[in-house]
Write a protein that binds this ligand. Structure first.
Ligand code: GTP
Ligand code: MG
Length: 197
């Protein structure tokens, strides 16, 4: 069962300030501006639960949203945001990776990829870290409304081919749009299944 009652629960800017674990956590990672916060809003059916912005670098901390006792959804700062100060990028990257590979109740990480751009080199460190730590993770293509159907098929094939070299990733790519809602019921169902495990 997927909760319909979502609330902001905590924000953490450092690895030391993470909230206590309760239930399982599902995190949304990906490059800056890929649509992580928008996807969380679409998923929870709440227009402005997570803060979104046209300019990259909007989400600057780990943001925890609670959907009851059993499930917490985590919005993450994006990686690959070149305009931020180098020291800040390094600190974020470290915090993100520490969280991703060290959080014991993290049941699944969704790694978001912009359907218009596909996988980039900047996605490698995160996918490498998740793979070598054996953290359950799956790719979600975002902004599919902004890509022509013909182009989308090619993009999915391309991402699946790249993933074939990463056997640790959960098979299959989820194809979504927060704008028109496509793929959102499937993502909700996938998360609900994790709650049953
Ligand atoms: P950071 O927090 O900065 O890392 O960004 P983010 O990954 O959380 O992205 P965010 O959800 O803030 O969205 C970034 C921009 O992409 C906004 O202008 C959104 O309106 C737009 N966007 C997000 N999802 C979609 C989508 O499904 N389709 C389209 N066309 N635009 C989208
Ligand atoms: Mg965000």
């Amino acid at each position: 069962l997927f909760s319909t009652d979502w609330q902001f629960f905590a924000a953490a800017g450092t690895s030391e300030s993470l909230p206590p674990m309760r239930g399982i956590e599902i995190a949304f990672a990906g490059r800056s501006n890929v649509g992580k916060s928008s996807l969380i809003n679409a998923l929870t059916g709440r227009k402005a639960l997570a803060r979104t912005s046209r300019t990259p670098g909007r989400t600057q901390e780990l943001i925890f949203f609670s959907g009851g006792q059993d499930l917490t959804i985590v919005d993450m700062p994006g990686y690959g945001y070149a305009a931020a100060a180098k020291a800040k990028i390094a600190a974020w990257t470290k915090m993100i990776h520490n969280y991703l590979i060290g959080r014991r109740n993290l049941a699944r990480v969704y790694v978001l990829i912009d359907a218009r751009h596909g996988l980039k080199d900047t996605d490698d460190p995160t996918l490498d870290a998740l793979g070598s730590a054996a953290v359950s993770h799956q790719i979600v293509l975002t902004k599919c409304d902004a890509v022509k159907k013909s182009e989308l098929a090619g993009r999915i094939a391309e991402v699946e081919a790249a993933l074939a070299k990463r056997p640790a990733a959960f098979p299959g790519v989820l194809v979504t749009s927060s704008e028109d809602g496509s793929g959102i019921p499937e993502l909700r169902a996938a998360i609900a299944r994790l709650l049953m495990e």
